[in-house]
Ligand binder design. Structure first.
Ligand SMILES: [Zn+2]
Length: 376
């Protein structure tokens, strides 16, 4: 495939049979995939990356959010990022917003692999339909110290640099100029536009990086992350321990709100990135504010673990934490809280069966009340 490239020039260190060797990883270069799809199937290109109207709508929405965000560091950083984006000179209808995604998945036999992908952001769709693969690496073959992963990021950042320009490069990711002896086909295409629309060249604008906390930690070499340490956020000094910086303080005056990271690079490097700095920091338009957790990890595996039990407490008429407010009348009858919780679980299981949602919950048989549940 023309858009397939091996990282042979400075192939990454890999672990093979426990030994560190320099080997190849194959990847699909985003700028070449972008160009190939445009020239081969313009309809698919628009389905993946958006019509001119959709692109305009995306940037108008970003500008509206920035204008309405009010004051505060988060709002200021969003405005600054939008204003200073290196692709900002181009017309909105020609700037394709793009996101990168990384996560570990499991192959057959439980073998873990890291999947790096990217895609357009102006269209909504399923993962299957919107994400484009960059590369897949077996975790067991990654060399220590992020060497393998960060070598892949160097190529990814370089390719996104080409997307931001909208043209094909004259040299490879190491700066070696293409020529008769070094990739003559790429030499022939050097300087040509990736996606020459009739009214101007289209280009790609990096807008976000998503992944779970583990991926973001490794990808950005974060000092603050949701690992075992006390400082758990890459954007502020929120702490796990219940001191003055406790992350669970959601009030407007919470102290951690005053510790949000400043402008990139100086304000962010201090705690966002260890040495060596991740190659992703060289992405055109990079800001650590645009590096976010997946919804699934934030909601399903994150706040919902607290919100759902809190909602259940409320519905079952149990007081919330230290609150002195009288609980609302319970939805389920029964004097004992165990009885009400069992009825709630039974209701939930009925709902799960009717809507075919898999559930591992069980209703425990109460010693006092044999009529309830019984391990359904
Ligand atoms: Zn934070």
């Amino acid at each position: 495939m023309e858009q397939c490239q091996s990282l042979t020039a400075s192939s990454p260190p890999m672990l093979r049979n426990g030994k560190e060797v320099v080997d190849e990883i194959w990847c699909l270069l985003p700028h070449e995939v972008f160009g190939a799809i445009y020239s081969a199937t313009p309809n698919t290109f628009r389905e993946l990356f958006g019509t001119p109207a959709e692109l305009e709508q995306f940037w108008a929405e970003m500008a509206r959010t920035a204008a309405e965000a009010g004051e505060g560091r988060r709002a200021n950083e969003h405005r600054a990022w939008l204003q200073r984006h290196p692709t900002g000179w181009a017309a909105a209808s020609h700037r394709v917003p793009m996101g990168m995604h990384g996560d570990a998945g499991q192959m057959q036999g439980g073998e873990k692999v890291t999947v790096l992908s990217w895609g357009g952001l102006s269209r909504k769709g399923t993962t299957m339909d919107t994400r484009i693969l960059f590369t897949v690496i077996k975790n067991s073959e990654m060399a220590g110290g992020f060497a393998t992963l960060h070598r892949c990021f160097e190529v990814l950042a370089w390719s996104f640099g080409q997307l931001a320009k909208g043209t094909r490069p004259a040299s490879d990711e190491l700066g070696m100029v293409y020529g008769p002896d070094h990739d003559p086909e790429r030499a022939r295409l050097a300087g040509t536009p990736l996606a020459p629309a009739p009214d101007g060249n289209l280009l790609g604008a990096w807008c976000e990086l998503r992944g779970d906390w583990e991926f973001l930690r490794d990808a950005l070499n974060l000092t603050h992350h949701y690992g075992p340490g006390d400082r758990i956020c890459h954007l502020c000094s929120a702490s796990r321990s219940e001191g003055p910086m406790w992350y669970g303080d959601l009030s407007r005056g919470a102290l951690h709100r005053g510790t949000l990271v400043g402008p990139f690079p100086a304000g962010q490097r201090a705690w966002a990135s260890n040495a060596p700095t991740s190659p992703l920091c060289r992405l055109p338009g990079f800001s650590v504010w645009r590096c976010m957790f997946d919804c699934m990890h934030t909601l399903d595996l994150g706040v919902l673990q607290r919100c759902v039990p809190a909602a259940l407490q409320g519905l079952a008429g149990l007081p919330h934490g230290k609150s002195t407010k009288r609980a609302e009348p319970p939805v389920w009858p029964g004097g004992q809280k165990e009885t009400r919780l069992q009825l709630a679980t039974a209701d939930y299981l009925d709902w799960a069966i009717k809507t075919r949602v898999p559930s591992s919950s069980r209703v425990k048989k109460s010693p006092k009340d044999g009529s309830q549940g019984g391990g359904r």
